[in-house]
Design a protein around this ligand. Sequence first.
Ligand code: FAD
Length: 584
Amino acid sequence: MAYKEKPMLSTEEMKEKLRQLRTQPYWWDMPEEAYKELEEVVGPDKISREKVVRQAYVGRGYARELIWFSGQAYPPCCVIQPETTEEVAAIVRICNKYHLPFNPCSSQWAYNANPRFRPDQVQIDLQRMQGMEIDKKNLYAKVEAGVRYGHFCQACFDNDCYFINTGGGSASCVIANHTVWGCSPFNYRMGNPERRVMAVTWVTPEGDIVRTGSWAGRETTAENGFWGDGLGPNLNGIWRGHIGWFGAMGIVTEMTVKIFPFIENAKEAMVPEGVTPDSHTAFKTNRVAWQNIRLPSRKALEDFMYAFSHCQIGAAITKVPVFWRVIAKAKDKEDFWERWSGVTKEDIDNFHMARVLLIGFTNEKQMEYERAVLDELRQEFGGEFTRTKPSDESWFKNADTSGMWMMTNGYSSCEAGQECLRCTYETGKKLGKLLWEKYTPPFMPEYGDPGWFQSNDFGHSSYLEFLVYMNVDKCDPLSPYYDPGYVQSMIGWYFEETPTIDAETGFLDFFPASCHGILFQGPYFSDYQVWVDRFKEEFDPRTVSNPPAPYDPEWITEMLPPFMLNRSRRFLRTIKRGKSMLLQ
Ligand SMILES: Cc1cc2nc3c(=O)[nH]c(=O)nc-3n(C[C@H](O)[C@H](O)[C@H](O)COP(=O)(O)OP(=O)(O)OC[C@H]3O[C@@H](n4cnc5c(N)ncnc54)[C@H](O)[C@@H]3O)c2cc1C
């Protein structure tokens, strides 16, 4: 069908539409005394209530569309940049005193790092907290909240070590990422995030400073942050939990994390090359290699993943979805669609590729051994090796995020989490089938592909992520192409269909709190929302720590037109709760 351009809304029309969507005035002036007290903590050059500064913190980050399109992105009432834990704690105490909600932000990759639904939040920007020390002998590192993966991963290379980096890329921060997800194909050997974290300095929602693990009751030097658990209950479950609090349980200012031995002279072996969007790390060594293996059937791919993990070789193993390969080949969006329109369901049903990372950690002989085992596995499962570039575009240090949006300018990662491999496979298949049979169109055809999965912890757990591509023009109320029916499908798929499939298979998705509702998922998983409420009441009695997190999706549900998400609305009103002050 020929594309017909529609006229944009005029500025006046846009203003009027935004006015209708917003429920609060855009700018809010904070009390003078509170501002003065905050200023005394950090000094006048590290706090601002200039509008131009505050505007820079409006509606950023992943899944921002949810907030933006419902007109719920607001500027903070001031921005403050502390440099020490003591300053953070003092700021939090002042916020408690004046009942001012505060919002910590690190790199602002997630939408709940900026104010939503209200204009009175104090934005605590942690990016000046840049301390980083590496203990190469004992293989751990101490980082402060502003340290980003790009710098950290390079520092690890400089010490012949390596660490994870997220698919979101090197710009996100090590601590913030470990308070929420912390996932990468490298979790195959490095374990899940909660196991990499050792000692932590945590400023509670009321402004107390708590040290965990071997930091408990001590100075936070790198030397004494070597151990994750102290005697008694493990506090990591409080400040982190499983799906993350998204700033609703105070602020982690310092952390020690395990780092992992890599190869000698890593800095010379892992060389940055190219200019974005073609930037990558070139392997100038024969002790690091990605290898793609094409397998004859879906079952062979699934079993290969078990067998590979069982042999305990490699540093990562992940399934390759077909559209990744098409993105990698496409020069631009037009080129992507040229290529993708030639793909059929049969192509997808017959494409089964694993991608493994081999590292000769100790020497070249190890690399030879790993290659030999891999070759035996390949033969056993009837696979074939395909040509694989000696470079990496994302996991070691770089970022390929913009490529992930290329096809439709927007996607929703409607599902991600860790479970056993069996559960991952079954959940991916159900999601793929439902997307194809009921939601294609309107969404980009994925032809029943069962998502992107990888083995974690040598196969003891695994990771599943399922991406769905939507036309963002149809979701934006300010766009001339806005289509409420389309939004209804998108939001229904995202907020209700995927958690229902999770409930059927038992897959505990870790996107509630950011992408769909805890109150929708909780009842299927032992009513864990009651515990969320209880912890919130106990630790944040004034509800100042980044409200309404972790209940943003529930608030979004209420903001949407009344004909959308009826099942979610029913859940919101009827499910079992603690005595929460958040949603009564
Ligand atoms: C395209 C894309 C792909 C991604 N892929 C992956 C992936 O593969 N694996 C993965 O693990 N992640 C992934 N992410 C997540 C991302 O990389 C970030 O790690 C994550 O969003 C948080 O990091 P941040 O530094 O941006 O924190 P922010 O966005 O600044 O903050 C995140 C949340 O934590 C709170 N917060 C910030 N700092 C602190 C702190 N010090 N203490 C307590 N709370 C805090 C904020 O209020 C906010 O609610 C992806 C993101 C994108 C956009």
